[in-house]
Design a binder for this molecule. Structure first.
Ligand SMILES: Cc1ncc(COP(=O)(O)O)c(C=O)c1O
Length: 402
């Protein structure tokens, strides 16, 4: 009898922790295969010639056993049929888009996505004859009106960076699928512990694994997770060979190892981050020098009911507004415990001013359409004590507004 559990029957927490020991050594920690090349013999050579590339290690840019171990773990927690790991979150986004689209195709995308995603859709991808209409995906009529005969893709973020918008996934999927349109979403802000979009019918889920998946601010990587249906079962293998390998964006074996290790504590870390984010959001909402607070767990959030239905943990990210951009920078510069830094999703609480950091390249009128004010501060709740963080923000805001 097999000693392995039936993974499909395991809870999220057990799926995150469990994987098979490595076959040869029975090591329960995945080995790091730091190899760019793999030795052939006549039999493997023949298998590759016969087209059996999936199970043969050929060359590091095509795949690596550390990468496959990470992909398997990631597919388990996202509930995916298959997964491709990539060098970064942006590599995952470009590989998915260029793997799906060709010249003449059209995308409907939410107004608010991560700045580089917006930049790519608004400018870079247009050079290849692919156009995008930006809409508010929380408004299903706006999405329906934006669909054209050549629309191939609907794109949004499960919790938008940094507006914290939470589009209702199921109605968007129903609308898109009724017209044969593939639905792709970026689940970076939520993580699969908070939301699993494939369960709501989304075709492809992308993540910057750099964030909550890795969780320690020490590795860059991305993933593309597939639920087959509208897209064929072999879509991930197709984009591995046709797009990822040709564009040259594989994940490094060491980063794959770090990110797989991150998955094993994802549920514990993110559970705590969600609790702290809720405490911080409640604190900011009652602060006299703070304007609007955006957190899906607050009843004041415009899509609070949607969040309750599709991601009742609400996530570890929030934003709040102070008077203006200068005040925002002063607040963050005064922080002692929380870190003023670009990234998110790690064990340390990180903060930034989206308008003049991540979204610096986006023109002010577009930032306004994305609901990003100059005084907006983004917070990624870490694992420090919530009381210590509140004390830190209290002193930082007090000094900045004195
Ligand atoms: C929502 C979202 N998607 C994608 C990315 C890009 O990820 P990476 O930095 O790993 O390329 C980011 C980066 O911050 C992000 O916030």
């Amino acid at each position: 009898m097999s000693k392995s559990p039936d993974r499909s029957k395991l809870s999220f927490d057990s799926k995150a922790v469990y994987y098979e020991p490595e076959a040869a050594s029975k090591s329960i920690g995945t080995p790091i295969y730091m190899s760019s090349s793999f030795q052939y013999d006549a039999e493997t050579y023949q298998r590759v010639v016969d087209g059996e590339r999936k199970t043969v290690n050929i060359y590091g840019r095509c795949g690596n056993p550390s990468e496959y171990a990470f992909e398997e773990q990631m597919a388990a927690v996202e509930g995916a049929d298959d997964c491709l790991a990539t060098a970064s979150g942006m590599a995952a986004i470009s590989i998915a888009l260029f793997g799906l689209l060709k010249a003449g195709d059209h995308i409907v995308c939410d107004w608010t996505t991560y700045s580089s995603t917006h930049e790519m859709l608004d400018h870079r991808i247009t050079d290849y004859g692919i156009t995008t209409t930006f809409v508010d995906t929380a408004n299903i009529d706006a999405v329906a009106n934006a669909i054209q005969d050549n629309t191939k893709l609907l794109y949004f973020e499960t919790i938008a960076n940094p507006s914290m918008k939470v589009p209702a996934i199921k109605p968007l999927v129903d609308l898109a699928h009724s017209k044969g349109i593939v639905v792709v979403c970026d689940n970076t802000f939520a993580s699969p512990y908070v939301c699993r979009p494939l369960e709501w019918g989304v075709d492809l889920v992308l993540e910057s694994a750099t964030k909550f998946i890795g969780g320690h601010n020490d590795a860059i990587g991305g993933v593309i997770c597939l639920k087959s249906g509208l897209l064929p079962e072999d879509f991930i293998e197709t984009i591995r060979w046709n797009t990822m390998v040709k564009w040259g964006a594989p994940i490094s074996p060491f980063n794959a190892w770090l990110l797989q290790r991150g998955i094993q504590t994802l549920h514990v870390r993110v559970e705590r981050a969600c609790q702290t984010a809720m405490k911080l959001a409640t604190y900011f909402e009652s602060h006299p020098d703070v304007g609007r607070v955006w957190y899906p767990g607050l009843p004041s959030h415009p899509q609070h009911d949607v969040a309750l239905e599709q991601m009742p943990k609400f996530g570890g990210m929030l934003t709040f507004e102070v008077a203006d951009g200068d005040t925002a920078v002063r607040v963050l510069d005064n922080l002692q415990l929380a870190t003023f830094a670009a990234s998110l999703g790690g064990v340390r609480t990180t903060t930034q001013v989206p308008a003049t950091m991540a979204f610096l390249d986006i023109p002010p009128e577009q930032r306004a359409a994305m609901n990003i004010s100059d005084g907006m501060i983004r917070v990624s709740a870490g694992l420090e004590s919530a009381d210590d963080l509140i004390a830190d923000f209290t002193q930082a805001i007090e000094k900045a507004t004195a």
